[in-house]
Design a protein around this ligand. Sequence first.
Ligand code: ASP
Ligand code: MG
Length: 407
Amino acid sequence: MALLVYKFGGTSVGSTERIRAVADKVKKAHDLGDQIVVVLSAMSGETNRLIALAKDMQEIPTEREMDVLISTGEQVTVALLTMALHALGCEAISYTGAQVKILTDSSFTKARIREIEDAKLRADLNDGKVVVVAGFQGIDELGNITTLGRGGSDTTAVAIAAALKADECHIYTDVDGVYTTDPRVEPKARRLDHITFEEMLEMASLGSKVLQIRSVEFAGKYNVALRVLSSFKEGCGTLITYEDTQMESALISGIAFNRDEAKLTITGVPDLPGVAFKILGPIADANIEVDMIVQNIADDATTDFTFTVHRNDYQRALGLLEQTCADLGARKVTGDDTIVKVSIVGVGMRSHAGIASTMFKTLAEEGINIRMIGTSEIKISVVVDEKYLELAVRALHAAFELDKIKA
Ligand code: ASP
Ligand code: MG
């Protein structure tokens, strides 16, 4: 007998029909003797609909009221699923986050979970009930309703799995696992049977939006085995765990990319202590997140400095940098918001040399110019012109033989 946490996303509970299908699936697992906690998202589109309603009332509603409003979507689905289970003769009970209780801090719309009271959940499970919990929400110490940020139901599921020391946390979604890259860009992309938390974090933060990043961090921290599977298709999905030394790991697990980047360069900056701070300080003060940073020395005691930001922040960053350029007496500022970042990710990189050169050779053979390079222990990223994105991803996918990974 296993204790499992199942999480179903918005599309999986997008209609009463689909909720009934979820009920069937849950009942089957329950009939086999497993203890099951189900965590649900709101019906697909519902959270966006609620946010639009709020905007119609007031331009900038308070975050507290936002949370009272947007937490309602999940209350609807947990009640409906529980009714569907009852209709199948399966004992079940629903709880909102506050009823559980899922205690969070008071950062409305992006609260963090502090503690989960597990007594009620355990008692119900021991009574043979399926427990259905509203994702995405909690309650703070003062009794205010809070939410965990968009996509937060994933985090609820992982946190409950950690609190109950569940055997596995299954994230049912509309894809059947984590892929070597986005199949819309490379149709030969393969589903991975297994990926490590570290790799998943890199893939997720690089734009493969399968799971809320925070849920992966949480799962890694509490060692919750996470499995991503399709709610519509049979299959064992992708298991995300710690590195398994028994496993023959591929050199590279996947290729991630991010289309939302823009780069800015300031050249001819006097090469003095504090320059990086003077350039990036105003950017940080404006709450603009910086991704890659490259600084180089020229031979005339000046330096060139390039960094990337989200495209939405490009114009603002450009304005700030021009101001800095004048203040520092630097030569000039240039920028480009038609670039993308492509990264290869894999723990296999740690123990193998030559991966970077394979990557660069592959891009060279396609005539793709690399504009920036960044590395970490398990990833190599390059910035290239956006028109080369598809070509780069496909060429790298083939070069690292990702189409041959056995799923
Ligand atoms: N319903 C929330 C959202 O749309 C939470 C979730 O689905 O995970 O972001
Ligand atoms: Mg989601």
